[in-house]
Design a protein around this ligand. Structure first.
Ligand SMILES: Nc1nc2c(ncn2[C@@H]2O[C@H](COP(=O)(O)OP(=O)(O)OP(=O)(O)O)[C@@H](O)[C@H]2O)c(=O)[nH]1
Length: 307
């Protein structure tokens, strides 16, 4: 019998990993294998999800919609070749992925017999939807979705929430659920594919060349004020920052730093222990300069960031 694949897509920082984590932790009695793609060279999402499940495989340093299509198929073959059987395979795309390229890869006739794409969920950041609506990648991700999962709805008033739903409806998306809905059963998510899936198998038209990323590894800690100063200076050119931090002020505790849209958070890393700092910073290639960002972070770590 063929194992269903649930593909989770959505823009950088939309809330895909949070959605997948909730899915893995819910009581549905299914054995789930998860493939997580991070655009950067550090598989932070797999580490964050790895806390919850030991059947998580990370694909990093590229995008499964284009440069890593072959790795995606190889990983699926590995999962299907394991002695234990799975009831579901969840594939979390990177935030820069055009789902059309992933659908095309999954149409591989041999894989399809054993693991067939079931449903595509696009996670949409409700706070960000209005400003992101003209973005061709955001539109491509939405277009391919069978279901939309709205994240970050809790701070929206009724009028703003209605405006987001209207925007989605105008894009033909009426099957919309709230990411935080604790009652949403997996059975309501699966089996939602449009009958026209086959027509979506054209190659993806959006390339990840548009984005540049920096992977910053630092063996020690750095001062909070220096780190805040760097993030503050770079923030106009950044779309996403995530990773593990050690701060001088927090001794040997590992912290998770997340920046998506206008929000930045710093929280304890749970069971993940990083020896130093491991950060991924992503921005548009024409405005984000990874080399300059690296110099600034190095200077902050040395305590010599220019004022
Ligand atoms: N307030 C709020 N924050 C959320 C929600 N969903 C996700 N976040 C936060 O948004 C940030 C990004 O969430 P992720 O789940 O890592 O987003 P992602 O789409 O996997 O990110 P990339 O894989 O880097 O593209 C994190 O700080 C999350 O805690 C939500 O529903 N409400």
């Amino acid at each position: 019998m063929s194992v269903p694949i649930l593909l989770v897509t959505g823009f950088l920082g939309a809330g895909k990993t949070s959605f997948v984590n909730r899915l893995l932790q819910a009581e549905h009695g299914r054995r789930i294998a998860t493939i997580v793609n991070d655009f950067g060279a550090i598989n932070i999402d797999a580490m964050l999800i790895g806390e919850a499940d030991d059947t998580v495989i990370g694909l990093k340093n590229g995008c499964i919609c284009c440069s890593l299509q072959g790795d995606l198929l190889r990983t699926l073959r590995q999962i299907l070749g394991r002695p234990e059987s799975f009831d579901l395979i969840v594939v979390e795309a990177s935030g820069v992925a055009d789902p059309a390229g992933i659908v095309q890869a999954l149409m591989d006739p041999v894989i399809w017999q054993s693991a067939a794409l079931d449903t595509i969920v696009c996670v949409v950041d409700a706070e960000d939807a209005g400003s992101r609506r003209g973005d061709p990648l955001w539109q491509a991700q939405l277009r391919q979705a069978d279901l939309v999962c709205l994240s970050k709805t809790e701070a929206l008033d009724a009028e703003a929430a209605a405006a987001v739903r209207q925007l989605l409806a105008a894009a033909g998306k009426t099957r919309v659920f709230d990411a935080g809905d604790p009652l949403l059963p997996l059975t309501a998510i699966l089996g939602q594919a449009r009958s026209s899936r086959i027509s979506c198998s054209e190659p993806g038209s959006i390339s990840d060349d548009r984005f540049a990323s920096l992977e910053w590894d630092h063996p020690g800690s750095l001062p909070l004020a220096g780190f805040q100063a760097v993030i503050g200076r770079l923030s106009p050119s950044l779309l996403r920052v995530k990773g593990f931090l050690r701060l001088d002020e927090h001794g040997d505790r590992t912290l998770v730093f997340q920046m998506a849209g206008q929000r930045a958070t710093l929280a304890p890393a749970g069971t993940v222990q990083a020896a130093g700092c491991r950060l991924v910073l992503i921005g548009e290639r024409d405005s984000f300069d990874p080399a300059a960002a690296r110099d600034m972070l190095d200077a902050a770590a040395r305590g010599s960031l220019a004022p």
